[in-house]
Design a protein around this ligand. Structure first.
Ligand SMILES: [Zn+2]
Length: 307
């Protein structure tokens, strides 16, 4: 049994999970990332100690935002959203406090690993995982494994350029994809157009009822979304794109709109081999992916097999 954590912007989800992926406990507690990286990890350690009073915990795996050196469990780079996170050696800090083996991986990579292990990407050798939320995250799973790159920064699809000179992005550039195709971008578009703040769930409800003006806004957003996907498809020729993040709960309505728009934009040879699916495991995928990463790191017999 290992303790698994998923560190997000407003909450830390966690679970007690077997190495086969059976989740025995699944819960979350609120957190404030502005307290900084050290405080965040101290809270994780505190929760591990609580769990140890009830469960036999043999290891810890952590899924987190940031570019993660997943070999050494160090934050290679993180934005100022989590002060003091860059450079933090999560593995050694947690190991020193608990004595347990620790593994750490980027959260979108964990989504990809979780979906490949147990979800919609089972059996896929080359796929792209895109999580759509406040920003847009990406993970590249190529030739049967995650592709991280030398700075653990590959798959930053949210920051490919969509509109030169466009909106200023959190990364310091202008016109980044996530400024136009994230959930937050859709919220802003709705707000601009209708001069009111609308919850996206209500917005999708209206879309399903065929509200014309809203459909127009929606299709504009989908158009930007698939413009970014088109570039990546032509670059890596994936067999599958997984759409994750909160918006994936909109299911087939959103999926059908993305597919209709995307297939028109890509070359027929790419389209013939490409599937697009919603993530299956929702907010559990990261926990499962963290377990898979832990297995890849510590169960030697798994190296190179059954990835
Ligand atoms: Zn950017």
């Amino acid at each position: 049994m290992i303790a698994v954590f998923d560190i997000g912007g407003t909450a830390i989800k966690y679970g007690v999970v077997s190495l086969n992926g059976e989740i025995y406990r699944h819960d979350s507690f609120p957190t404030d990332v502005r307290l900084g990286g050290e405080a965040l990890i101290d809270r994780v350690i505190g929760r591990v100690k609580e769990l140890q009073t009830e469960w036999e915990i043999s290891g810890i795996s952590i899924s987190t935002a940031g570019q993660i050196d997943s070999v050494n469990g160090v934050v290679f780079h993180a934005t100022d959203n989590i002060p003091g996170y860059t450079g933090l050696n999560i593995s050694s800090k947690v190991h020193e406090a608990t004595g347990l083996k620790v593994s750490v991986e980027n959260d979108v990579n964990c989504t990809a690993l979780g979906e490949h292990w147990m979800g919609v990407a089972r059996g896929a050798a080359d796929f792209l995982c895109v999580t759509i939320g406040t920003g847009i995250g990406g993970a590249l799973f190529l030739r049967e494994g995650l592709y991280a790159g030398p700075a653990f920064a590959a798959g930053e699809i949210g920051h490919i350029n969509l509109y030169p000179g466009g909106r200023v992005c959190t990364c310091g550039n202008e016109g980044c994809y996530e400024q136009y195709a994230s959930s937050k971008a859709l919220e802003m578009l709705v707000q601009e157009k209708f001069d009111s703040i609308m919850d996206l769930r209500d917005f999708f409800e209206q879309l399903r009822n065929g509200q014309e003006e809203m459909l127009e806004v929606f299709h504009q957003w989908v158009d930007d979304l698939t413009n970014g996907l088109r570039s990546v498809v032509h670059m890596i020729n994936p067999e599958l794109i997984i759409i994750g993040g909160g918006i994936s709960e909109q299911g087939d309505f959103l999926l059908d709109a993305i597919k209709t728009s995307l297939y028109k934009k890509i070359m027929p040879n790419h389209a013939s081999k490409l599937q697009v699916k919603m993530a299956e495991y929702g907010n559990k995928a990261n926990l499962l992916g963290a377990v898979k990463h832990y297995r890849n790191q510590y169960l030697r017999e798994e190296k190179g097999v059954e990835r």
